[in-house]
Ligand binder design. Structure first.
Ligand SMILES: O=C(O)CCC(=O)C(=O)O
Ligand SMILES: [Fe+2]
Length: 282
């Protein structure tokens, strides 16, 4: 009886077939060591209107002068920070100038539908073009927050209130999902040639130190509950909208108090978390 000769080809064939099966099964055992970062790998499809509203300053060409601010932590949880000097006088004037001719009635969202309702929000808003000054402001807002992952700036809007203009109590957040949420707000003041027009947070507590009276309305009898930040040109109130479990903070309910005389102009800088989103090249 003759023995079958040892065939190297068969060994090779078995090895190749095994390797193919291994790959088809998703390379078990290999995954954890070579898994890529969870985000920024693929563009996650999102609504077109949302995608168009999200921006990220173009760092390659952007030359922003260094800009110092003075920060005062108002509350650690939720994080609320008062920022003195968020904008320079020239930036303020520029933002007001480029809003000209763009003012339109402010809107609110009612069950997902955009409408106007002056009982809730009476003001005008302007979508401002993203020139270099504006992009440097976007960049400043990201830099203050430490450039968080997958976080973009929503296109900036200025907002103008005339006498009786106001924005009644609301949250800037709506429901968060695992993929998307309005993480934070900078409420920036550009012009405050007015009476009234502060931003009231009825669930925040008046701090003890009278130093805060530089920024807050401290005349207790005449002011509403909580704290009211005075509209002061160039300054901003920054707050986070969600806790670590993605629950919107109830404490950050706020209102733009009625302007009783003159005119107030503000700027909304909202940051939006959009997991895995990539900006279309501009
Ligand atoms: O104008 C203000 O003081 C507040 C405005 C505001 O809350 C908003 O635009 O979301
Ligand atoms: Fe708001």
């Amino acid at each position: 009886m003759s023995e079958k000769p040892f065939r190297w080809r068969t060994v090779l064939e078995v090895a190749v077939i095994s390797f193919v099966i291994y790959i088809v099964l998703g390379a078990p055992g290999l995954k954890s060591s070579v898994q890529s970062e969870p985000s920024n790998e693929q563009d996650v499809p999102i609504a077109r209107a949302r995608a168009e509203s999200l921006v990220y300053p173009d760092y390659k060409d952007l030359q922003c002068a260094k800009h110092g601010v003075e920060m005062h932590v108002f509350s650690a949880e939720p994080l609320v920070i008062y920022i003195d000097g968020f904008l320079s006088g020239e930036e303020i004037q520029h933002l007001i100038d480029i809003s000209e001719g763009k003012w339109q009635k402010s809107t609110v969202f009612n069950a997902g539908v955009e409408t106007t309702d002056e009982a809730v929000r009476k003001s005008e808003k302007a979508l401002i073009p993203r020139d270099e000054v504006v992009q440097c402001i976007e960049q400043r807002a990201l830099s203050i927050q430490g450039w968080p992952r997958d976080t973009f700036i929503e296109r900036l809007w200025t907002q103008r209130y005339k006498v009786s203009g106001h924005y009644s109590f609301h949250y800037d957040w709506s429901t968060a999902t695992k993929e998307a949420m309005r993480v934070s707000t900078f409420m920036v003041y550009l012009k405050a040639d007015c009476e009234g027009g502060g931003t009231n947070f009825p669930r925040l507590q008046m701090p003890n130190d009278p130093k805060w009276c530089e920024y807050l309305e401290c005349e207790h009898e005449s002011t509403p509950d909580g704290v009211t930040f005075r509209a002061m040109p160039g300054n901003a109130v920054f707050w986070m909208n969600f806790d670590a479990e993605r629950r919107g903070y109830k404490e950050v309910i706020h209102a733009g108090m009625p302007v009783t005389k003159g005119e107030k102009i503000g700027l909304n800088v909202w940051s939006w978390y959009q997991k895995g989103h990539q900006m279309a090249p501009s």
